[in-house]
Structure formats: structure tokens, C-alpha cells
Write a protein that binds this ligand. Structure first.
Ligand code: ADP
Ligand code: ZN
Ligand code: ZN
Length: 656
């Protein structure tokens, strides 16, 4: 017999091998095959009698891994869709979604002792929360879902969305169905894990994210694939988890850009979750306090069913009062902060930049510290006495004198979390301050520790970036200040205000979640901007309608569909030549309803020594865009570029 195998190689084709003892059921299993002078792990795509290649030139399969379940046709369906839609080779797509431990040459040997014996496959309810009327009504409606039914749950922060998820999941778990719950950040999993354990103390469920060891990840994946783990809680990569009895998908914080994979197969887990629910004829629930405009438009046009929660769930919890102060005038909010801390409540200072300061410069001659490999400045990290590039990661010693003129008087400009931390420690020496950014939380498990510290009120004042504010529920937190909020208003990205508003609502939603009245301070020079006015009532509907109007007029998504060709090379001439040809190809291939923009340097023009260019394509419809991309891709592959230039097509990009 012949087996058709797909391999992790950047080619559009599969490879035929001979195999004597193969059966039709082996389709979807991992195989070890010879490849060149070495070996590779692949997946059996098909079993057939004949090959189009001469049989005497085919090699033999070395081993079929029968101790691992095969991918089913519905697993393949999603993989093939992703490969087609994102124009990424099938072999790389399929092998890329397997847990790394399952694609090692030396094979996979399961440990017997893995599953904790106290866990059962039944959902015995633990702690239950009685739903309020609004929640109960929504739950009732959700439960009516028959087959593929996409729902959007728009509920202000703290309105009890999660409680609805848990209740709906409860039903399905009881029926023995599996549930997939996707969250944007690995940081959000401990909080959910705690809530799930409280809810179903004996249920066997698994979480899947990049923060666990390869072996552990493979075990958990297999438990889901065998149908043993009824519930999978995971970040974007979990969207591909094989689950034979999948009955419901929930995507929490569906607007979050972390659902978008930014390298390799550049997929949106939120979008693939929708596709998966559709293919498997099951309901899906997207939840957010700030739905993406894409989902909002889908809800408004009736493609998704819209449910609203407009009140906070805890009876006495009120929305925080919002105050505005001019940028850089910190005296007023510091006074309010002081009072908050004196009352024994917790506070959060939000600033979306880590490090000490983003600029180091010499007032005497104008020199600035730039990264030699990127078109960007080096960030001062004073504690470590280094300068670091936040794009390529390069580290330099913090210089004491100007390399140009020798002046000993160097200055920093702008604030990062470390500078704010230093400053606030001087202002509030008697309070416990904790900085939360990717530098302070870089070690594994440090977020769980920090999270527990906050819950146990072992810290008073948090200083954090967006990394830590998403979706967290800190009952004692009553005060939030957002430093220098205006920055995103100057961005050229058409999504800038959507993002700013979503971010501010998420941040300010941290305040006053339990029984404490909260207050939020925003440093802005434009307090009358609609974004800030909308923030006051956390009610985005009106603003989203306005924003949709703008998008419709300007023709940006969700009223059009985008794709981007990104290319990079250390050879600028080669790159510019390639982009010119690629652009010409695109113009030739473009049909009506499709617009090809000129090649332009990327926002970060140079990164890690590579020059970067892009071409944006905008289409009226998805079908036309897909058809065009298929043709363009074939044409691009023919432009032989060699190893010194890399390019990628990205569909539905979120940064352009
Ligand atoms: P969201 O997911 O919308 O942010 P949660 O489901 O986390 O909201 O609920 C916010 C807070 O309100 C939590 O502390 C939760 O325990 C509480 N809560 C949720 N539903 C109710 C309810 N029906 N009655 C009382 N408290 C509730
Ligand atoms: Zn100088
Ligand atoms: Zn750099």
C-alpha cells in the first residue's frame, strides 16, 4: 500500500511512501519516515493503492504511531480550512498545531501515572452562584441554541459574564459534552482555573497554553483528544485541540488582539473558533465588555445573536467615577491616591510602557541612544544598568557619558514602569508597591504568585502595563490612574481609537468591582474626546455606532477585508526590487473590488538588522480577496528570492 504523508516543509505538496501493514484507520496518525539523509515525523493524509510516482523510487515508512489517536476528519477539516484561508502550507499548518512532544523523532512514551486519580469525568457542581434576572434570561436564551448558533455576549466589566459561561457549561458537561473555553492570555488562566475548581471540584479538565512543559502539554492534549478531559481551558493554540464530543465553544474577551497569532500560521483563534463551531454544528459564545467592531457588526446585522448585560452583578458594585487631569499634573490624583491607600484599599497605576524611560539623550549635542539593528530607540532599564531594545532584545551597558561629545550630563525623557515605580516609592514610602510588567513577571509562575499576593492584600499599590489588567478581578482595588492616556490618539492605525477605548474600559473596569466605590483618573489633554466621554458610563454602543459610520465612510474593516504582504531582508536593494515586482504582479492580478496599495516601509522599518516592507490589499469581499491571494501567492513563489529574503502573506492583519 501507499501512504500519502504531509510533512513540516514549506511546500504545497504531500509525499508518498510505501507501507505494508497500513489500514484505512491509520489515516490521521503520526508516522516516522525517511527524509533525505535523516528522518521526519509526518501525518498520514491518505491511504491508497497507487502512486503517481514510480514505486521503485518510493521509500518505506519507518513506523506508524498507533498508541496516539488519529486526527479525525473534523480535525482535518479545521486544519485544511486554516491552511487554505491563511495561505499557509498544509504540512506546516498540521504539524504546527501538534504539541511539540508529539512531533519528536524519538517518539512519545506516555507515563501511566499522569492523570490524578481523584478526578472524574462527571461535573458535580460545587459552589453555585444564584443568577440575577438579566443573567438568567440570557442563559435561558443561550440554552435554546440548536446546532451552529453564534452568540455575542456584550456585558460591562463585572456584569457577570463568566457566571453565565459557567452555568451554560454546567448543562453541557452534565450531558457528557466537551467544552472549549478560550482566553486571550496565559495570565488569565490561574484565575479561571480557581473558578473552575471551585465550581466543579471533581471534574477532570485541562488547561493548555505555552507556559506548561512539552510533556505535560502532550498529556493534556491527548486527554482532550481521547474525550477524557471534558473541559479544555486554553489560549489561542487550544483552538485546534481535538475534542471528539465538543458541544460548546466559549471565547472570553473576544476582542483581544492576543487571539491573533503573529508568526508562522498567522491565524485568529477567535475566527477559527467560529469556523470550528460552524463545521461541527455547535453553539459558540463570544463574550466581551468591548466587543470588536467585527463582532459588533455581525451582531447588529443579525449574523450573531446579541445579548446585553448593562449592570454590574454584585448588587452594590457601582461603576467607578471617572476624573480627568492634564497630562503630567500628578498632584491631584496623588492626593486622591493617598486617601485611598490610607483607607486600606488597593490602587493601580497603569502605564503602557515597561522599562525606566524610552529615551536617553544628550542635551549638549542632541545624541540619542538608538538600536543599531532596528529603527528605534533603546529603552533605559536603570535597575539593571542597561539599555535594551524592545524589538530585537539586544542589551547594552548603560552609558555614563555621551558617546558623541563626551558630556557627562545625559538625560532621560518619558516614563516607563520602573521610573514610575521609583517615583511612587519616594511618594508613598509606607506602602507596599508591586510592579507588574513582562520584565518583573518573566519567570514562570511569577504571575500566579503576584496574583495571590494581590488577592491576599499583601500589596497596596500596583504599577502595571496592559499585560496585567485584562479581565482580572481584584476585589479590594478601588482606584485606577491611567498615565498619559493620549498616546494612542496620535497613532495612524485606523483601529487606534477602538483599541484605546477597549483598553481604557478594561483598565478602569478593574476598579470598584466588589463593594467599594471606585474612582478612575485619566491623564489627558483632551477630556472632551468622545473616547473619554464614553468611558464615563462604560457604555460603548453609541460610540461603536459612530465608529462603524466612520469605518463605512472610509472603507476600512469591518466594511472591507485586508491582507498584507510582509517581506524582510538585510539587503535593501534586493528587498525593494522584490516589493516592486510583487506590487506589479498584484496590480496585474487585481480584479474589480480589490485595491492594491503601493509598497511602503513597515512601521518598524528595520528590525534586528532586517529591512521591512509591506503591501496592503483591500477588498470589498472575502471571496474576491481569497481568490486574489491564491493567484498572488503562486506568482510570488515564482519570484525566486533565495534565502536572503523572507516574505509572508497575512490575512486579516490587525496591525497595518
Ligand atoms: P465578568 O465576567 O462580566 O467580568 P463575573 O462573572 O466575573 O463578571 O462577575 C463579576 C463579579 O460578580 C464576580 O465577583 C462574581 O462572583 C459576581 N457575580 C456574578 N454574578 C453574580 C450574581 N448573580 N449575584 C452576585 N454576584 C455575582
Ligand atoms: Zn553629547
Ligand atoms: Zn533592536
Amino acid at each position: 500500500m501507499i501512504v500519502e504523508v504531509i510533512l513540516d516543509v514549506p511546500l504545497e505538496r504531500s509525499f508518498d511512501y510505501l507501507c505494508d501493514d497500513v489500514v484505512a484507520d491509520d489515516c490521521g496518525r503520526c508516522v516516522r519516515v525517511p527524509w533525505g539523509t535523516g528522518q521526519k515525523i509526518g501525518l498520514i493524509r491518505a491511504v491508497k493503492a497507487d502512486s503517481t510516482h514510480p514505486q521503485d523510487r518510493l521509500k518505506h515508512v519507518l513506523e506508524i504511531w498507533r498508541h496516539i489517536p488519529a486526527l479525525t476528519s473534523s480535525d482535518w477539516g479545521l486544519i485544511e480550512f486554516a491552511s487554505r484561508y491563511y495561505h499557509y502550507p498544509l504540512g506546516q499548518t498540521a504539524m504546527g498545531i501538534l504539541p511539540p512532544a508529539l512531533r519528536r523523532i524519538r517518539g512519545w512514551s506516555p507515563r501511566k501515572t499522569w492523570q490524578s486519580s481523584s478526578m472524574k469525568n462527571v461535573a458535580e457542581p460545587g459552589l453555585l452562584q444564584e443568577l440575577n434576572c438579566a443573567q438568567a434570561e440570557i442563559l435561558h436564551n443561550l440554552r435554546q441554541s440548536q446546532g451552529y448558533t453564534p452568540h455575542l455576549l456584550y456585558g460591562i466589566t463585572g456584569s457577570g459574564k463568566t457566571e453565565i459561561y459557567l452555568n451554560w457549561m454546567d448543562n453541557l458537561l452534565e450531558q457528557g459534552k466537551q467544552v472549549l473555553l478560550l482566553v486571550p492570555e496565559i495570565n488569565l488562566t490561574p484565575q479561571f482555573e480557581a473558578r473552575l475548581t471551585r465550581r466543579w471540584p471533581t471534574l477532570f479538565w485541562v488547561s493548555l497554553h505555552s507556559g506548561i512543559s512539552d510533556t505535560e502539554r502532550a498529556h493534556r492534549w491527548l486527554a482532550a483528544q481521547r474525550g477524557e478531559a471534558l473541559l479544555v481551558l486554553g489560549t489561542r493554540l487550544a483552538v485546534f485541540t481535538p475534542m471528539p464530543n465538543l458541544g460548546l465553544i466559549i471565547v472570553d474577551e473576544e476582542h483581544d488582539s492576543s487571539f491573533k497569532q503573529q508568526e508562522g500560521l498567522r491565524y485568529s483563534a477567535r475566527d477559527l473558533a467560529i469556523v470550528r463551531a460552524n463545521r461541527e454544528s455547535i453553539p459558540i459564545l463570544l463574550g466581551s465588555a468591548t466587543p470588536s467592531l467585527e463582532s459588533w457588526l455581525n451582531a447588529r446585522s443579525g449574523r450573531y445573536r446579541l445579548h446585553r448585560l448593562t449592570q454590574r452583578a454584585v448588587p452594590l458594585a457601582r461603576l467607578p467615577a471617572v476624573y480627568f487631569t492634564p497630562v503630567g499634573q500628578s498632584l491631584i490624583w496623588k492626593e486622591a491616591l493617598q486617601k485611598t491607600l490610607m483607607r486600606g484599599e488597593q490602587a493601580l497605576v497603569f502605564i503602557n510602557r515597561r522599562g525606566y524611560a524610552p529615551v536617553l539623550y544628550c542635551p549638549a549635542c542632541g545624541w540619542q541612544a538608538f538600536c543599531q539593528r532596528c529603527s528605534t530607540r533603546l529603552v533605559v532599564h536603570r535597575q539593571d544598568q542597561i539599555l535594551r531594545c524592545h524589538h530585537c532584545g539586544i542589551v547594552k551597558r548603560l552609558v555614563r557619558h555621551c558617546p558623541e561629545c563626551g558630556s557627562l550630563h545625559l538625560e532621560t525623557r518619558g516614563d516607563g514602569t520602573q521610573k514610575v515605580e521609583t517615583h511612587l516609592k519616594e511618594c508613598f514610602p509606607e506602602h507596599r508597591i508591586l510592579r507588574l510588567d513582562s520584565d518583573s513577571l518573566s519567570r514562570k509562575g511569577s504571575w500566579s504568585v503576584a496574583y495571590q499576593q494581590i488577592l491576599d492584600h499583601e500589596v497596596d499599590l500596583l504599577i502595571g502595563t496592559q499585560l496585567v489588567v485584562k479581565g482580572h478581578d481584584f476585589p479590594d482595588l478601588s482606584f485606577v490612574v491611567v498615565l498619559n492616556a493620549d498616546q494612542s490618539l496620535y497613532s495612524s492605525d485606523f483601529r487606534a481609537t477602538e483599541r484605546l477605548l477597549a483598553q481604557l474600559i478594561q483598565v478602569t473596569g478593574r476598579a470598584g468591582r466588589a463593594n467599594l466605590p471606585g474612582q478612575v483618573w485619566i491623564e489627558t489633554d483632551y477630556p472632551d474626546h468622545p473616547v473619554y466621554q464614553t468611558l464615563k458610563n462604560q457604555e460603548i454602543e453609541e460610540y461603536w455606532e459612530h465608529e462603524l459610520g466612520v469605518r463605512q465612510q472610509t472603507g476600512w474593516p469591518p466594511y472591507s477585508y485586508l491582507a498584507i504582504l510582509r517581506a524582510e531582508s538585510c539587503d535593501r536593494e534586493l528587498l525593494e526590487g522584490f516589493m516592486k515586482q510583487a506590487g506589479e504582479q498584484a496590480h496585474t492580478l487585481a480584479m474589480e473590488g480589490l485595491m492594491v496599495y503601493e509598497p511602503v516601509p513597515a512601521l518598524l522599518y528595520r528590525k534586528a538588522g532586517q529591512y521591512r516592507y509591506q503591501i496592503l490589499v483591500q477588498a470589498d469581499g472575502r471571496v474576491a480577496l481569497q481568490e486574489f491571494l491564491g493567484c498572488w501567492r503562486i506568482a510570488l513563489v515564482r519570484l525566486k528570492t533565495g534565502k536572503r529574503l523572507r516574505w509572508v502573506l497575512e490575512v486579516d492583519p490587525i496591525d497595518c
